[in-house]
Write a protein that binds this ligand. Sequence first.
Ligand SMILES: [Zn+2]
Length: 349
Amino acid sequence: MLRGKTRLLVKNFAVHCASNSLAQHMASRLHRDKSFFLMYHGVSRDDEELEATTVVRRGEFRQQMGFLKQWFGCLTTEEVLNRDSEHQERPGAVVTFDDGYANNLEIALPILEEFEIPAIIYVTTGNACERRLFWPDKIWMAVKRSKIPSINLKGIADSLGTYTFRQDGALWQDDVHKLNEDIKRINPSRRENIVDEVVARFKDAPGAKPFEVEVENNVFTPLNPDQIAELSAHPLITIGAHSHCHNLLNQIPLSQAEESIRTSKEILERLTGRTIEHFSYPNGNLTDDIIGVVKRMGFKSAVTVPTGFFKYGDDPYRIPRYMVGPNMSMDLFKARMTGIFSLAKRLGF
Ligand SMILES: [Zn+2]
């Protein structure tokens, strides 16, 4: 209980400081030798109905980019890898997108253009080329569209139980996220089929509204091959690889992981006519063997999930990132990005 209270105090103090521009200035000077990689997935219209913990609304994204432009050097991965720690005026920021959603082109790119901010998009080639939704997105759709408050998924897989979905947006997202985390524990060879069974169970549930989980023209639509080529030709965009299968690479045999990484690199090089030099581990899951594969294939860097900053000389195959989720207030975003949040924690506030 006390821990929870202390956390809240730290958070409130950090958020309070971050709204002060002197504090922002000091924090950005303090961190000027560091670079922060931000992890986004999808960016939605402001009136989008489908929600997920991976989707940020357009208005939020635009405010965040404006803040980065004001206080950070907005850089490419390549620039960060070659950036020495001395004589830096401002901290670096790299905007990254995982998975490769069509909205990265349709909604995020015009905002990146407005602020002239470069970004890297790590594409999962299987979903892009075979026109498949990512399985967690099928679950977000099923829960949202069926509008049922609870479901019993016992018997479909050992890790699944009964689930209740609360009304409040943030709590609702936590509840669906919990179901997705349980599905993540299912063996990858069975997971896609089980997700389809789960969706069918939602459709058949008493009181469920009729719904579809269509691939095209929604917030979860993956980029298609033409859009990947178009993005790659854009001066602000770098295309990176995110595997072909999007399985968590430490959950499958190494030979299969290697095949998946190689396939994504080859397909993307064919689509873009460029060498693909940067990788993102699906879900951040990695082992030393997987890092070895990524290095051998000639990738120059790879990003993962844990929070932290990158400094010149750090391991470029374990680059930490800050995940940016929905409903993050601008003050909290500022507190995290200026390091005020972690500073307050360290000082014991
Ligand atoms: Zn991913």
